[in-house]
Write a protein that binds this ligand. Structure first.
Ligand SMILES: [Zn+2]
Ligand SMILES: [Zn+2]
Length: 83
């Protein structure tokens, strides 16, 4: 599971959020702004999703490696359609 707000991988998570995001929410009463967190999709929009993909040449399973993409809403929808 990743933090619902900043997408940082957990655990530990509190109510689906990492410690920093949860504390911000608790103190400020609103979600921690993700713009502060420097996650950008390749297209330049703020990344909202993490997606695990396998890259490598087909046929040789042991050469596949996992990579994590940071995707904005639009690109995430696109990746899900083509995946
Ligand atoms: Zn977070
Ligand atoms: Zn994008």
């Amino acid at each position: 599971m990743n933090c619902l707000n900043c997408l940082r991988p957990g655990p530990p998570l509190v109510r689906g959020r990492c410690n920093a995001c949860y504390l911000y929410l608790y103190r400020a009463g609103k979600e921690r702004p993700v713009e502060l967190i420097e996650r950008r999709c390749e297209c330049g929009q703020p990344a909202r999703h993490l997606m695990q993909i396998k890259v490598g040449s087909g046929g040789r399973r042991w050469q596949l490696k996992r990579e994590t993409l940071e995707l904005c809403e639009d690109c995430y929808q696109y990746e899900r359609e083509v995946a």
